[in-house]
Ligand binder design. Structure first.
Ligand code: ADP
Ligand code: MG
Length: 237
């Protein structure tokens, strides 16, 4: 396997989704180590919506951080579209994240000074593309997640929690990711708005063919997903 390809053009272009193989992750815990992920294996295909349910502290966010290539596991392999992440240097990993991964965190980390549409366009300027060419695509994407043109011009504080989460989802989709990782997307929302967000993620997974992993501790929201896996003490069942 080569890692010498340009960071802008990852080795593989085939979309096969996400795979974790026998992943173990520990954190320092005083003199000892705390095992956050214990021999976890998981495969999510393009167009598949998988939920991971489990109590607080069971390792759900750790699993997403490893899948997002933000944390390196102690052992085991992470593959994104068949590309083994552990074999890549930092630059190539950053390129892989940019080009293959969409991440929606629990806290909406939108920039306070930017409108909804600008939240997406700022990524395009980071990428070095043409902002004008990207604007129509950003507007269409925001409309597709349910944000009408008037709301696209609002800043985060002028949007509801559910609308902010829609912007987050649109932003995660803007780079056409293969893998969509979503951590507790409904924790700041009431039940009905939460159900609408899960509904939206199901639709997005079908339309964009993402391999989607959603972490939640709210079991009432799992009617729309293809598969539910349970996490307990770092183990997946
Ligand atoms: P969940 O998302 O299911 O609540 P986490 O993955 O956040 O679970 O945490 C799993 C375990 O790892 C918990 O016991 C937590 O306290 C511990 N943990 C999480 N992050 C760290 C860290 N950066 N350093 C040390 N321990 C951590
Ligand atoms: Mg968590």
């Amino acid at each position: 396997m080569t890692t010498s390809a340009s960071p802008a053009s990852p080795v593989t272009t085939v979309r096969t989704g996400l795979a974790l193989e026998s992943v173990t992750l520990t954190y320092p815990d005083g003199e000892a180590r705390l095992t956050a992920l214990d021999n976890v294996s998981l495969a999510v295909a393009p167009g598949e919506f998988t939920a991971i349910a489990g109590p607080s502290g069971s390792g759900k966010s750790s699993l997403l951080a490893v899948a997002a290539t933000l944390l390196r596991p102690d052992s085991g392999r992470v593959l994104i579209d068949g590309q083994e992440v552990g074999a890549l240097g930092e630059k190539a990993r950053a390129a892989l994240r940019r080009e293959r991964l969409g991440i929606v965190f629990q806290q909406s980390n939108l920039l306070a000074s930017l409108t909804a549409v600008e939240q997406l366009l700022v990524l395009e300027s980071v990428r070095g593309g043409s902002v004008r060419a990207a604007r129509a695509r950003a507007e269409a994407l925001l409309a597709s997640v349910g944000l009408d043109p008037a709301k696209q011009r609002r800043r985060p504080h002028q949007l509801s929690g559910g609308e902010r989460q829609r912007v987050n989802i649109a932003r995660a989709l803007f780079g056409s990711p293969s893998v969509l990782l979503v951590d507790e997307p409904t924790s700041a929302l009431d039940h009905e708005r939460g159900a609408q967000i899960v509904e939206l993620l199901a639709a997005v997974t079908r339309e964009h063919r993402t391999a989607t992993v959603m972490v939640t501790h709210d079991r009432d929201l799992l009617g729309r997903v293809d598969r539910v896996l349970e996490m307990h003490d770092g183990r997946l069942r």
